[in-house]
Each structure stands twice: as C-alpha cells, then as structure tokens.
Write a new protein. Sequence first.
Length: 401
Amino acid sequence: MSHAFIYDAVRTARGKGKKGGKAHEVKPTDLLKPLYQALEQRNKLDTQKVADVLLGCVTQVQEQGANIARVSALAAGWNQDVPGMTINRFCASGLEACNSAAMKVMSGQDSLVVGGGVESMSRCAMGADGGAWYLDPILNNDLGFIPQGVSADLVATLEGFTREDVDNFAVQSHKKAVMAWEEKRFQKSIVPLKSMMGEVLLAQDELIRPDASLEGLKGLNPSFQKPGDYGFDTTARRKYPMVERVQHVHHAGNSSGIVDGAALMLIGNEKIGKELNLTPRARFVATAVIGSEPTIMLTGPTPSAQLACKKAGLKISDIDLFEVNEAFAAVVLKFIKDLDIDKNKVNVNGGAIAMGHPLGATGAVILNTLVDELERTKKRYGLATLCVGAGMGIATIIERL
C-alpha cells in the first residue's frame, strides 16, 4: 500500500450561520471557490492531475444539492476531467471525505485526491433535508430517538458534569480561540472570503467572544429543557433507567455554534508529490469509524479513537495532540475522562463552541487545524475525532513529517 500524504490544507473562516452573518451572502459553491483556487495557486497545480474531489455536506438540498463536489470544482475553473462525489455521514462528513480520499490513495487506485467539506447553515438550514430519523414518530419511538441536545444533557447527567463544569469548558474554548487568532496560528490555512467586488467579507472566525465569562454564561437558560419535558427525557430514562432525572445543563453558550464554512485538503502519494514538486506536511496513519448506542448518540469519540490507535499500533498516550469536535461541552469532557487524557493536549486552539460547527466541513476543518498545530509545536502524532448523529464515531490519526 502507498502512504497518503497531506500536501496542503486550506479553509475559510467561519461566519455566523444566520442572515446577518458575514458569509451569508456567499453561496456554498462560492465558499469553496477561493479554496480550490488557493490549492491551485499555492501548489502550481495542474488540476487535471486530481483524480477525484470528495466533499462532506450534511444538508444536501437547494444550493447544496445536486452533488456540490462536482459542481463546485467546475465553478472554480478546475479541469472538467476532475469528477466529484458528495458524502453525508452527518457531522463526520468532512473527516470521512478526507479519510476516503486517503484510502483511494493508499489503495493505489488514485495518486492525488482532494478531500474536504462545506456547509452554509445560513442558506440551507439544518434539518431542511428531513429524514425518518427526525420526522417519523413511529421510527423515533422504535429506535429511542432523542434530540442531540437532550443526549448531551444525558451524557452530563450520567458522567456527573455540572452546569459549572460545562460552562467553564466553554469559557476556556473562547479564551484559547482568542489567543490562537492573536498569535496568528491559523494564518497558514485561512483563505479570506470576498464579495463580487473584491471586498473582504470574512477573514476571521466570527463567532468568538473575547468577553466570554462564567458569570455571563450563568444567565443563559438551558436550551433543551423544553424538548426534554415534551417527552424526550422519558425516552432517555427508558433507555437509561438508572437516571432518575436528566439534568439540563447545555445551552447556546456551551454548545457548538451554527456557522457557514468550508475546507479542502490536497492528499496524494509520494510519486505524485515528487512529480509535482510538492512537500508533504503529514501522513495518514490510521482511520476508524464505529457505530454506538443511538439514543445517547454522542459517545462515539472514545471507541473510535481506541480503534484507530489499535490499527496504528499506538497507545492513547502516544498521541501528542487531540482535536475533538465540541458539539457540546460534555462530549469533550467525557472523552478526556474516559481516556484519562491531559486536557492541555485537547483543542489547544479552542473548538466549535467558540468558532462554530459547519456540519459537513467540521471534520476537515479540525484535521486542518491539527496539521497546523503539529507543525507549530513540532509534535509528531495527532488525532481528530467527532461524535456523529444516530450514534457513530470517527477518528483519524496523522503523523507530522
């Protein structure tokens, strides 16, 4: 098998996912366009050499429908010979796209593939694609479905995480993100979004709150108390009878933000790198995806990380840096607790609570961040992981070169 190397990684900044957000006027294809152009220009890339484009996108409707991977590559002016495929593994879609690109390279079937993801949550609202998992009450009941926010509160209840625990984690996410931007840690990867007139619309993650404080978060009411009261707490207790009462501790301030964003990664083998005079930045070591209990839904990071380490012949203690998607504060706190990880190795530049979670792009974004941070700190191994809707988990281990 060939090694799969990461030759370049770019992303947009993340804009607030609502009509007033700075990226709202940018169509999903135009979120991607400057990223394609950056890969082409930065690497003097003959795009005909790219064998495929794989993009994660969760809400594949309206402007994000009709295989945005293929259409966006054409819109960016890439060679028409480059095909494209859009992938939906819920929140894992962007990382799954990068992993699949790496697997195509490692198998020897392709030499150079682009992986990444996109989500314009201000233009294509979350849930607009429907689906039986959310909308069929009979299936909901049969499978023990509860909304993810109630799931996060269930995790917190089972693990004993208090409102102060999750709020404190959120404050630290904002503080770390502020520091990362002040120290220009994302500078290598960020491609500004511009208007049709060339005006810079967005060059920094828009959601970050430098003034975030524990005192400020105390004033926010739990966001998922009402759906819990409507019956989803009962469903949760039916599956977890040891829970006397679900403690609702999550709210908008300690959960991932709704944002617009995109990311792309250039992945290839050693031969194509030499042919195109590309310098590898990191290599894929192992990937893993698992199914987990679908009611609690959000516990997949731990077993997927363990499986990835097993495949790689590594121990959790061998991993220098972790990027764990901050879907909700309790998800990351549980991951740290489960695996007894030094919290100073986890999300060192903040996460989705501070900067947002553009569903289909997030996995590619955090893998991008991991490459940058491994280079900055001269560390060796990094692991990216996300919890996934309907009860799944995904993890990827990379090695800095």
